[in-house]
Design a protein around this ligand. Structure first.
Ligand SMILES: Cc1cc2nc3c(=O)[nH]c(=O)nc-3n(C[C@H](O)[C@H](O)[C@H](O)COP(=O)(O)OP(=O)(O)OC[C@H]3O[C@@H](n4cnc5c(N)ncnc54)[C@H](O)[C@@H]3O)c2cc1C
Length: 239
């Protein structure tokens, strides 16, 4: 697998405790929307038992100029170094990896079930599909505790307004802790919520990604609804 040294361009806060890091895309770096990179810090100021490498989905869409990853800024050596990294600093990306990518047959709908920082590959896939005007019917169910926590909420909601093939369903599970207004769904993603937007649950291909506990919960809902084969998952181990 090719390995690239990439330079940080800038970083920004995209939700509470969540940052995006934009890197220069090196010549010849080719990837599919939804793939991930192993990101290694070069000579970091500190390290810990988990080491200097983490897997990150590429949240950028391939048509975009930058490579971008996004992460929850927990208090680990890797993330402390990332948080204080100056523009121009290089990291190594071993990429692309993974097969969490949109299927080719546009007549089969795609349903994404995601939560929290699991949204990163979904942003990439949705923006790429919209940019290239793919004709797939696509639904995204995106769960967070509150809007303040929801990375890329605007990116995903705005595309919804201009694309009839694309439906965005955001849901918040702890609105009582939010100071923002929310007009979308509330509560965890459930079979009943899916049925509000999908007539026949057995038709689509499902893409589930996020922390392992969420992936398991979503898989169980689908299995109980009679969906078995058409489920693709990406587990963010480490959460
Ligand atoms: C294919 C793939 C794609 C991924 N994509 C992304 C992505 O786009 N964005 C992203 O953020 N992550 C992604 N991850 C997960 C990522 O690789 C890291 O595992 C994750 O960010 C945790 O790193 P860390 O430095 O915070 O914790 P680590 O130092 O790696 O610690 C991991 C272990 O310590 C525990 N731990 C550490 N700190 C805390 C804490 N504060 N509270 C509770 N438990 C803690 C964890 O539960 C875990 O058991 C992906 C993983 C995979 C496999």
């Amino acid at each position: 697998m090719p390995s690239y040294k990439v330079k940080l361009k800038y970083k920004r806060e995209i939700a509470e405790g969540t940052m995006a890091f934009h890197f220069e895309k090196p010549a010849g770096f080719v990837y599919k929307a939804g793939q991930f990179a192993d990101c290694t810090l070069i000579n970091p100021a500190e390290t810990d038992a988990e080491g200097n490498t983490r897997a990150f989905s590429l949240a950028s869409a391939p048509y975009e100029d930058d490579l971008m990853v996004a992460t929850r800024m927990r208090d680990t050596a890797f993330k402390r170094v990332l948080k204080t990294m100056e523009p121009g600093t290089e990291v190594t990306l071993d990429a692309p990896h993974g097969a969490f990518t949109l299927h080719n047959n546009a007549s089969v709908p795609a349903v994404f079930l995601t939560g929290g920082i699991g949204v990163t590959p979904v942003r990439s896939i949705i923006l790429q599909a919209i940019h290239y005007k793919l004709s797939h019917r696509i639904l995204v169910f995106y769960s967070n505790r509150k809007p303040e926590d929801a990375a890329f909420l605007n990116d995903l909601m705005e595309s919804h307004d201009t694309n009839p093939n694309y439906t965005f369903v955001g849901t918040m599970t702890q609105m009582e802790k939010s100071s923002r207004k929310w007009h979308g769904e509330t509560g965890v993603i459930s079979r009943a919520m899916l049925l509000k937007f999908i007539d026949d649950l057995t038709l689509p291909i499902y893409y589930i990604d996020g922390p392992p506990a969420m992936v398991n919960a979503m898989r169980q809902i689908l299995n109980e609804a009679g969906v078995d084969d058409d489920i693709r998952t990406e587990e963010f181990s480490g959460y």
